[in-house]
Structures are given as structure tokens and as C-alpha cells.
Design a protein around this ligand. Structure first.
Ligand SMILES: *Cc1c(COP(=O)(O)O)cnc(C)c1O
Length: 390
């Protein structure tokens, strides 16, 4: 018998990194000391008070059973409290917050709650690939909003054609932004709220990086804008905030009807987050500032090292005020994928080609600084030797 894939996975864009992965393996087999700046996964361990809290909670048989679908009320209350303290925003833990198995899970399930076949979903390009793939899985049509340097990597809402705006059901935005590291102030969010209420579009703000910011900058929440709760919801992740990517915990907060729609999809697919992990999450949120300054300091130092290196080599980049990414322009007249290959084979440095995040990412490279500063210095040294810029 021939196993055939469904069209929804058959039609997925070709896996861009297959070639790079093969080259990586080949180089590793040859014993080349690769510096991997490709994956956006914090190298710093989860804070001890969070790990200890999991240990204790895991011993308690009460936590071994199915959790509640929407998440423990105590976790949702801790999330609501954190929202009030961090952003001055009030959300009701009972109805306006839902626990997620990481924000990726919530983002991926969102189109199933709001998108009918043929509906349009506005997605940033370049962007986190889950927005458009999940849209397609739900039968929707992703429509790219280009993030361009001349607009500081914010979408130009006025450039979206009228008929597209009218057909759009959902819109994804993400600031601080992966992959460009761009940030925004509340002004852009105000514009989005006006736009969304005028056209009846549900806004999903992916806020995974609000707590990874530098130079004293505190990224705002979308929900700080008056009327934001009428039009949408915001996704948060404990992954990047507390270096907990492996734990799989996040939450969405915002519009009651939107949260319950997402919850309805989830009750039919998953059975919630292990309670011991939610209890550890509560520990993290309640002691939010414990170690936060130090975590920011580490990334800030790495950013300074890497950006100074790019300056010296003569490569242009968008100066990051947040996230652990550096978005730099491909030097010379080569495309991002070929440059990535060249950097790998000639310098042993792994990066992500901008085109992997959408066609408007072409011409750029994303570097992740989730690696020790000594290794970043070594990467800079290799870039210097490579002489990509003449
Ligand atoms: C890392 C990331 C997420 C997903 O985080 P989870 O680990 O699933 O909580 C979501 N959006 C963006 C833009 C990310 O970079």
C-alpha cells in the first residue's frame, strides 16, 4: 500500500534548511568546530527557584492526574497579576486567560477557532512561520504584510488592498519581532486597534519577547491600548522570559470570546499542561524580577560584542533593542541562502537565511546570540578573516 499525505502537508513549502542541515552534518563529521547561531533557544538554564518548584510539585500525586482544560485557576491568576504589575493591564483570570502548551500551540490552534475555508489571515513577512502554516491548515489564505526596513519593520496597514482588508478575519503581529528584532511603541498598537475595529479583524499579538529587551527599554503590551481587548488577544510564553523553552508553557490573554474560542478548539485536541509545570510557572511569574536584570545583562553584553564585530567588518544590521536576534544585511550581491552556505563551509558558522521567514526576508540573515560570549567573539573573529566585504 502507498501511504499518501494529505494535501495540507503535501503542499507545505519545501523545507528550506534540508540542504544546510546536510552540510552541517557533513562538516561535523569532518570534525569542524561549528559555531551554531541558527536556533533561537536560550542556552542559559531555567532559574533554580522554578526548577525546585517543579521537583516538589512532581512528587505530589494530586498533580499526576488530568489537569483542567483551561489551565489551573492559580496559574491564570498569576498570569493576570503579572499583567497588572508589568503592564498595568487588567484581565479576568476566569474568562480572559487560557493556559497554553507553549505559545506556539496556542498560535497554531487559533485559526481553527476563527477562520473558515477561504478566509484571509494577515501575516507578517518575514515572520514566525507558524502563523501562515496554521492558517493554511485551517483552510485559510495567508496574506503577507511586508516588514520593510524603510518602515522600521512594521507593516504598512494602508498598503493592504481594500478587498483584502474586508475579507480578512485574523491578523498576526509580533513585537519585539522575530526575526528582525524590531520593537514598537504603543502608537503602532493604537493604529492596529483602529484598523481592526474598522474592518472587523481579530488581532493576535505574539508577545514572546516582551521580557528580552535592553538599554532600559520595556516593550509594551498590545492590551495597554484602550479598546484592544475588544479586538483581540495576546500570546505570552514563559519560554523566552524564563529560559523555559523545553517546559512547554505559555498563555493567551484578552478578549473573552476569542479566548473561549481558542479554548474550545483546545478541549477537543489536548488535555492541558501538566499541573507541576503550571505550579513551576506560577513560581516564575510571582517572582518575575528574580534574576531578570542578570538575564537581560547577559544578552545585552552578547549583543554588544556581536554588533561591534559587525561594525568592524562593515556589515549593516538593524540595531536590536530587544530579542536575542541580530538581523543583518547580506553583504555583496549573493542571496541569503547562498551566503548561509558560504558562511557554513568557509567559516564554520551556522546562521538562518532571511528567506526562511518569507520572501521579504531575502537579503537578510538572522543570527541568534544564545551562545556564550567567548564563542560569539570567535564567530566575530572568523567573520573578520572571511572578508565578505571588500
Ligand atoms: C519562540 C517563539 C514562540 C513560541 O514559544 P513557545 O516556546 O511555544 O512558547 C512564539 N512566537 C515567536 C515569535 C517565537 O520566537
Amino acid at each position: 500500500m502507498v501511504i499518501k499525505w494529505a494535501k495540507r502537508i503535501e503542499d507545505l513549502p519545501p523545507y528550506l534548511f534540508a540542504e544546510i542541515d546536510a552540510k552541517k552534518q557533513e562538516m561535523r563529521a569532518k570534525g569542524v568546530d561549528l559555531i551554531d547561531l541558527g536556533v533561537g533557544d536560550p542556552d542559559i538554564p531555567t532559574p533554580k527557584h522554578i526548577v525546585d518548584s517543579l521537583k516538589t510539585a512532581a512528587e505530589d500525586p494530586a498533580n499526576h492526574r488530568y489537569p483542567s482544560y483551561e489551565g489551573m485557576l492559580a496559574f491564570r491568576a498569576a498570569a493576570a497579576n503579572w499583567y497588572r504589575e508589568r503592564f498595568g493591564v487588567k484581565v479576568e483570570p476566569e474568562t480572559e486567560v487560557v493556559t497554553l502548551i507553549g505559545s506556539k500551540e496556542g498560535i497554531a490552534h487559533t485559526p481553527f477557532a476563527f477562520v473558515d475555508p477561504g478566509d484571509i489571515v494577515l501575516v507578517p513577512d518575514p515572520g514566525y512561520p507558524v502563523y501562515s502554516v496554521a492558517t493554511s491548515f485551517a483552510g485559510g489564505i495567508p496574506y503577507s504584510m511586508p516588514l520593510l526596513k524603510k518602515n522600521h519593520f512594521l507593516p504598512d496597514l494602508n498598503a493592504i488592498p481594500e478587498d483584502i482588508k474586508r475579507r480578512a478575519k485574523l491578523m498576526f503581529i509580533n513585537y519585539p519581532n522575530n526575526p528582525t528584532s524590531a520593537v514598537t511603541d504603543i502608537g503602532f498598537f493604537r493604529e492596529v486597534v483602529d484598523f481592526a475595529s474598522k474592518y472587523g479583524i481579530i488581532v493576535c499579538h505574539d508577545a514572546a519577547y516582551t521580557e528580552v529587551a535592553f538599554d532600559g527599554f520595556n516593550p509594551p503590551s498590545f492590551l495597554e491600548v484602550d479598546g484592544a481587548k475588544e479586538v483581540g488577544m495576546e500570546f505570552h510564553s514563559l519560554s523566552k522570559t524564563f529560559n523555559m523553552t523545553g517546559w512547554r508553557i505559555g498563555f493567551a490573554a484578552g478578549n473573552k470570546k476569542a479566548i473561549s474560542g481558542l479554548g474550545k478548539v483546545k478541549t477537543n485536541i489536548d488535555s492541558g499542561v501538566f499541573q507541576a509545570i503550571q505550579i513551576a510557572g506560577i513560581m516564575g511569574l510571582k517572582n518575575y524580577s528574580n534574576g531578570m536584570a542578570e538575564r537581560k545583562r547577559i544578552y545585552e553584553e552578547r549583543r554588544n560584542i556581536f554588533c561591534k564585530g559587525l561594525d568592524e567588518v562593515g556589515i549593516s544590521y538593524y540595531p536590536p533593542k530587544a530579542t536575542f536576534y541580530v538581523w543583518f544585511e547580506v553583504p555583496g550581491s549573493i542571496n541569503s541562502k547562498d551566503f548561509t552556505g558560504k558562511l557554513l563551509t568557509e567559516s564554520g558558522i551556522v546562521v538562518t537565511p532571511g528567506v526562511g521567514f518569507g520572501k521579504h526576508g531575502e537579503g537578510y540573515i538572522r543570527v541568534s546570540i544564545t551562545i556564550a560570549k567567548e564563542r560569539l567573539m570567535e564567530a566575530v573573529e572568523r567573520l573578520r578573516k572571511a572578508r565578505f566585504v571588500s
